[in-house]
Design a protein around this ligand. Structure first.
Ligand code: HEC
Length: 361
């Protein structure tokens, strides 16, 4: 009994400590190495109402019995009863705290050094075609030619699921592979690691590509897709604005147009970003507008359009004042651009907080 209580208390302490550590993830300048094989997560209880109820009941019962214990310690008459109640609550409800724990890796909280740059996204596309399509399929849906022969189906990388993983978690899987849960520790891998085949930057680039491609598919399935995905970073040249990179446009609603520059009247404060689909030919932007000057910008935006570069011309992208991509519209799609811009000006997305859902770019 006493050891069960001790265990439950230690468990609680660990969960609290983990919650604290996970919410205090260091920023861009430090690269934390996560020392545990688990981490605090709200994803499980967030996704399932039954789990949420189970968790709330546990927290409530344990809180009530801790309160009783406190009263018992004051009014000594109750203390044995209170202790028994506390132990019973901890033994009965303690295990449900496992719902707050997910597997973690030393790289779980690493920040990608790529900055989600256009160049990295485009490079990831090339690597994906070479190393991943056999299993995950050309569209990333888990249906490549080699998939049928596998006991565990390759993940569908276009499902919302991937946004629940940090870049660091994916980096671990791409580096060391994914264990076969059926094979036991050290048993086998359902997905190989690519540490030897692909350098670090290439593995980070693959993650950027997987996210960009998944965002394209998500916007196509649901135009209101609102997971915070940043616009590709990279150099720009502006006429009349002091910005030399995408980060310099924070604070403005941005309309990016791939391969075309014509535009209608836009609400005040909107910056137009022309994205050439060939390498930039040094044509200066119009007054008040910008042009993406990086060689890979056109390819990265075509990936976000979900179209081959030669068909993506005329696709428009709205980027809000916090730098998040908010809409992707193919040419010819019904489109009240001015209303859409006013909507994102009124409600820019905030970065979400939460352990495993946090992405740093
Ligand atoms: C030999 C087949 C195979 C190859 C090659 C392969 N994968 Fe996988 N991948 C899998 C399988 C199988 C899973 C599912 C594992 C599971 O469900 O536990 C998976 C899972 C993943 C996941 C986790 C998705 C999630 O949400 O859980 C990512 C990310 C991923 N693969 C990316 C890649 C990338 C990028 C490449 C190319 C560098 C690649 N994979 C190459 C078989 C493969």
């Amino acid at each position: 009994m006493a050891s069960a209580l001790a265990e439950a208390l230690i468990g609680l302490t660990i969960v609290t400590a983990a919650a604290f550590l996970a919410s205090a993830v260091p920023g861009i300048h430090q690269q934390p190495v996560w020392p545990f094989s688990w981490q605090f997560t709200l994803a499980t209880v967030g996704e399932d109402a039954d789990f949420r109820r189970e968790m709330l009941v546990s927290v409530a019962l344990i809180a009530v019995s801790v309160l009783f214990m406190a009263v018992g310690l004051l009014l000594r008459r109750f203390r044995w009863m209170a202790l028994i109640l506390l132990i019973a609550a901890a033994v009965w409800r303690g295990p449900s705290f496992g719902l707050l724990i997910a597997e973690a890796y030393p790289t779980s909280f690493l920040t990608s050094p790529s900055g989600f740059s256009a160049g990295s996204i485009a490079r990831g596309q090339t690597l994906f075609a070479r190393y991943c399509v056999a299993c995950h399929g050309p569209n990333g849906e888990g249906n490549g030619p080699a998939a049928a022969a596998l006991r565990i189906r390759p993940a569908d990388l276009t499902q919302p699921h991937i946004w629940g993983h940090t870049d660091g978690e994916m980096f671990w899987w791409l580096t060391h592979g994914i264990d076969d849960p059926g094979a036991g520790p050290g048993g086998g891998l359902v997905m190989p690691g690519f540490q030897a085949a692909i350098p670090d930057e290439g593995r980070w680039a693959l993650i950027d590509y997987v996210r960009a491609h998944s965002a394209a598919v998500s916007f196509e399935r649901d135009p209101a897709f609102d997971t915070p995905v940043p616009a590709p970073s990279g150099p720009i040249a502006c006429n009349g604005l002091p910005a030399a990179a995408m980060s310099g446009l924070h604070g403005h609603a941005v309309l990016a147009i791939l391969g075309a520059t014509e535009r209608e009247r836009l609400p005040a404060g909107t910056v137009v970003l022309a994205v050439p689909n060939e390498a930039w030919s040094a044509t200066p932007p119009e007054a008040g507008a910008c042009v993406a000057t990086g060689v890979a910008a056109g390819d990265a935006y075509a990936i976000l359009a979900g179209l081959p570069p030669d068909q993506a011309t005329g696709t428009t992208f709205l980027i809000d004042a916090n730098g998040w991509l908010r809409s992707v519209r193919h040419p010819g799609a019904a489109n009240d651009l001015a209303a859409a811009i006013r909507a994102i000006q009124a409600h820019p997305l905030e970065q979400r907080h939460g352990a495993s859902h946090e992405h740093h770019y």
